[in-house]
Every structure is written in C-alpha cells, then in structure tokens.
Design a protein around this ligand. Structure first.
Ligand SMILES: Nc1ncnc2c1ncn2[C@@H]1O[C@H](COP(=O)(O)OP(=O)(O)OP(=O)(O)O)[C@@H](O)[C@H]1O
Ligand SMILES: [Mg+2]
Length: 531
C-alpha cells in the first residue's frame, strides 16, 4: 500500500467514514483512499476486502484556539503555547472490487482504528477502466493524472448526453471520443451547426489524421465567410437540397410558416399542385404570384400574395440543388460523416437534421441497418427544444422518436448541449449515460439533476467548481461515477476559442498601419509649408 493518510475514527457506516490525519499527511479533497482488509460478510462467509473511498471534506480544528476567544486572549495564547492543529476528513465509500473486477458496495462497515491509505494507482486503474481491451482513452483522473481512464464503448448503447456551459470543453471531448470510436469500426454521423468537427481529418499541426481516409466532410457550396476553406480541412463533398422533393409540410417548416396560418398554407399547397418535375423556390413564388392575380376569391388572392412573400426569402438560400447526401454512404461501417450546417438558416438546418435522421430511421426500422450507428447532435437544444416551443417540429419529433426507440434498432445518440434546461426532457431523460462538465446556471443544473439518476448530491455540488476540460462521467460508460481531466486529442478543432489577446494585437497593428498610411497620403497631398 502507498502513503498512510490516517485512521478511521468515530461512528462508521457502509457509505462514509471519518478519519483523523495530520497537517503533513492529510489527503486533499477528491483524493482516493483505501481501507485495506475490511471484514465483509458475504452470505455466511466473512471476506476481507479493500474498500475504496474518496475524500469529501477536510477540516482543521483546534480545542485551544476556539471561536469564543477575544483577539487579546488569542494573541496571549498563541504567544505562550504551540497549539496543535487537529486534522480530520470525511470520505464517501465508492465500493470494492470482486474477483471479476466488478465494483460492489460493501454491506459491512470498517472498524474505528483501521488504517486509511492513499489509494495506489494500480487499484484506481482497475476501478476506473471499463472494458480494458477496447476502452476509449479520455484522459486521467482529476486528482491523479497518471491513472488513465478508458470509457466503455458499450456505454453508448444507452444514449449519451454531454452537458456543460459554453467553453467547458464539450466539443473537444466529443472529438476525442469520435477519433477513438471510429477505429473500433463505428459508423458516425455528426450534425455540426458550428463547424466544430470539420477538422477531424487534420491534426492540430495540420497533418492528416490516422482516421482521415474514413472521414467525409459534407458542406453546401456557396456559403460565404467560412472559418476554414475546403482545402484547409483536407477536402469536402458537396451537398444540396432538392427543393422539388420537399413535401408541403417541409416547405412550410423551412419557410417558417406557422401551422395556424391556414389560408397561407392552403395557397402553398394549391400552388405546389401546379408544379411538376424539378423546380426551386423561384418557380413556386412565380406560381403564387400568378395566383395572387388570377384567383377569383379575394381572400385566396391575398393569401397567395402573403405566401409568395414568405417563399421569396428562400430563393436566395444557397442550399438548393440536386446533390443529396447518399444514405448508403452515411451508414457504411467504420465511416464518419460530418454534416457541416454552419452558415445555413436555422429552419434549413433543422430540415437537414430531420431528413438525415428520417432516412436513417426508415432504413433501421426496415432492417436495412447492418451496423450500429452513432449520431452526434451538437447544440441539441436548438433541434429539440423543450416546452418553450409552440409546436413540435418534425425535427424534434424524429429526435424524440430516436431517443425513445432508436437503440432497439441500433441508432445511438450523443446529444451535446449547453442548455440542458432548454432541451426536450423526452430526449434528455433517455440519455442514461452522461458526461457533465462545468455548469453554473441554476436552471440548467436542476434539469441535469432531474434527468441524471447516477449523479449523487456530492458530484452535483461539484459541477460549478469544475475547470475547463474536467468532467464527471456517470452511467454505463464507467463502472462508477468518475471525475476526469480530459486530454489526448489529436484531431484539429474547428471551433476552438480564439486567442483574443493575439487577435487584438493584430487588430491594433492593422489600425496603426492604416493610420500611418493615411498620414503618409495626407502628407503627399498637402506638401508641407516651407515655413
Ligand atoms: N481537455 C482540454 N484540454 C485542453 N484544451 C481544452 C480542453 N477542452 C477544451 N479545451 C479548449 O477550450 C476551448 C473550448 O472548448 P470547446 O469548444 O470544446 O467548448 P464547448 O463546451 O464545446 O463550448 P460551446 O458550448 O461554446 O460549443 C477550446 O479552445 C478548446 O481547445
Ligand atoms: Mg462546442
């Protein structure tokens, strides 16, 4: 055993204990402890097991220097005596390993006077690595970086939610998981509203990643002002939407026409009846304009005119065309498709998410899905917003359907959100494995508490204190809830934070350069007076 931390004292129960330590050897909060050889009754048999625990609280205490003393009394005491500080801690029991390395909770308590040690790394590795052969390395224990943690790919069969406030490191972590999940044979679809995953083919220093050949980045052509060009990210495939294949309802949703606007909806349905073959929004607008003149009923003329105004907005979108993303490619084994939605209007992104998920679902329920498929839904609160949305969009419907039933058919969700309080509870409550990072907003915290069975009170209270890149993993990904410092990603990040300091310096340089040029120009125009 490693370093001694102290002795068990006082009243001990099966879930927690108090230990006495001292100022030189006390273990810090969150450190792992072991009480060796705790007597455990298993049926009629008595066994001796090593019980793992985690420090919950450390307190320093003095009998002599009490709170009831005045300042003068204190100073007099301090100058005359050396008052020894007593150190004690509380620890919560995490369990012990049986001979199959499964974690069990003890049914007996340790005995006061038993020694407590800082847990050795080998024991922690056995506790915190599930499915050692095929586990996904995600980093080290927060308190003990040398204890590398692997999460179990089997844990994804319960849908996973990755939850944290903005900037906490969700996308970094999901990228790390994906670059390790893909080589295991996974089929992955990433629905990526912010181009966070478009650099999966390139390393941080711009070399091809090992997974590069198995990753396709799909992008609509014609989006201006992208952060990374197609060349920067190792090449892309184009995708567009065939407007003439959209159903009436899909057109209404993309155009943002509310279900209550009956006349406008009727006008669009009528106009579509008059269109055939391949057409775009422009042809629909022309048709509605004709109706706005030719309809006999004045109400119908008015509705057609209003409908034309709505559809006209769609004409300028650059996403229309005939290059669908082939579903057969999306479901290939050991294949990752990143669908870049950045720069698209929200309704269009929602349509693409809905269409992609519908295609996968239809294939799955007809037995056409040969391999499990992992779907990453970033910014999930925007695609499946909870109660606050007036009506459920088709996009939300399919997400909820997959959350409820997808796993039966081999579709597994990885839901990423910074607003757990704003995502449909039908989706969040179906994610039985959760990776939670720094979270401080009370509304979001209570949503997490409601949806996460595995999150203890202590872990919940720790969420606001987590740093960037630190996470609590609960559910089937690990044997017991685990606090991890995430590290080890090789692929580049699309959405990493900009170095604001550096960007401001560049801005200032540019400003000074321009200013100097202006001054020089002014000097050339107005020759200085000789006097
Ligand atoms: N484990 C980590 N190690 C080092 N850097 C990290 C780690 N996690 C995140 N970062 C850095 O922190 C920044 C924010 O991370 P990331 O983009 O993953 O946050 P996020 O939670 O996805 O935020 P948002 O909700 O805004 O999308 C990035 O610049 C990223 O490089
Ligand atoms: Mg992100």
């Amino acid at each position: 055993m490693e370093r001694k931390a102290g002795y068990v004292v006082g009243e001990v129960d099966t879930g927690s204990f108090i230990f006495v330590s001292d100022l030189d050897t006390y273990p810090p909060r969150h450190e792992y402890l072991v009480i060796p050889q705790v007597r455990e009754r298993v049926g009629d048999e008595i066994k001796h097991v090593d019980v793992l625990a985690q420090v919950d609280k450390i307190s320093n205490y003095s009998d002599i220097l009490g709170q009831g003393l005045s300042l003068d009394e204190l100073e007099a005491l301090i100058s005359r005596y050396t008052a020894t500080t007593k150190v004690y801690g509380t620890a919560k029991v995490l369990g012990y390993l049986n001979n199959r390395d499964e974690v069990l909770m003890p049914r007996s308590a340790a005995v006061p006077g038993q020694e407590v040690f800082v847990a050795p790394s080998e024991l922690l590795i056995r506790f915190f690595t599930k499915n050692k052969g095929r586990g996904i390395p995600v980093g080290g224990l927060i308190t003990r970086d040398e204890v590398r943690v692997q999460i179990d790919p089997n844990g994804f069969r319960k849908h996973v939610a990755v939850i944290a406030q903005t900037g906490a490191g969700k996308s970094y972590l999901v990228g790390l998981i994906l670059e390790n999940l893909l080589p295991l044979g996974a089929t992955v679809i990433v629905l990526d509203p912010n181009s966070d995953y478009v650099k999966m083919k390139r390393t941080g220093d711009d070399q091809p990643t090992e997974i590069a050949d198995d990753v396709v980045i799909y992008r609509p052509p014609g989006i201006k002002g992208r952060r990374y060009s197609d060349e920067d990210i190792g090449g892309t495939d184009s995708y567009t939407i065939d407007f003439s294949k959209l159903t009436d309802n899909q057109i209404l949703e993309v155009a943002g026409i509310s279900s209550g606007w009956v006349n406008i909806r009727a006008a669009i349905t009528d106009a579509l009846k008059g269109l055939e073959g391949i057409y775009g929004p422009k042809q629909l607008v022309d048709r509605l304009n004709q109706m706005a003149i030719a309809e006999e009923d004045s109400k119908k003329r008015e509705a057609a005119g209003s409908a034309a105004n709505y559809i006209r907005r769609l004409v300028s979108y650059s996403v229309w065309g005939s290059q669908n993303i082939p579903i057969d490619d999306l479901v290939k084994p050991k294949h990752m498709s990143v669908i870049d939605l950045a720069g698209l209007q929200r309704n269009v992104s929602q349509y693409i998410v809905q269409k992609t998920l519908d295609d996968v679902w239809n294939l799955a329920v007809t037995g056409g899905l040969q391999f499990p498929i992992f779907v990453v839904l970033e910014e999930a609160h925007n695609f499946a917003p909870g109660m606050q949305s007036m009506s459920r969009s088709s996009c939300q419907e399919i997400i909820e359907k997959i959350a409820a039933e997808g796993r039966k058919f081999g579709i597994f969700l990885l839901v990423v959100t910074q607003r757990p309080g704003k995502i449909s509870s039908n989706v969040l409550s179906q994610c039985n494995s959760q990776i939670i990072m720094r979270l401080t907003n009370p509304e979001d915290m209570s949503a997490v508490r409601r949806s996460s069975e595995g999150l203890s009170e202590d872990l919940f209270n720790d969420l606001p204190g987590l740093n960037k890149g630190e996470a609590v993993v609960v559910g089937e990904l690990t044997k017991i809830p685990t606090m991890i410092k995430i590290s080890g990603r090789t692929s580049g990040e699309g959405g990493n934070d900009i170095d604001l300091d550096e960007a401001l310096s560049r801005a200032l340089e540019e400003y000074n350069r321009n200013k100097k040029l202006e001054l020089e120009k002014a000097e050339i125009k107005e020759p200085k007076s000789r006097w």
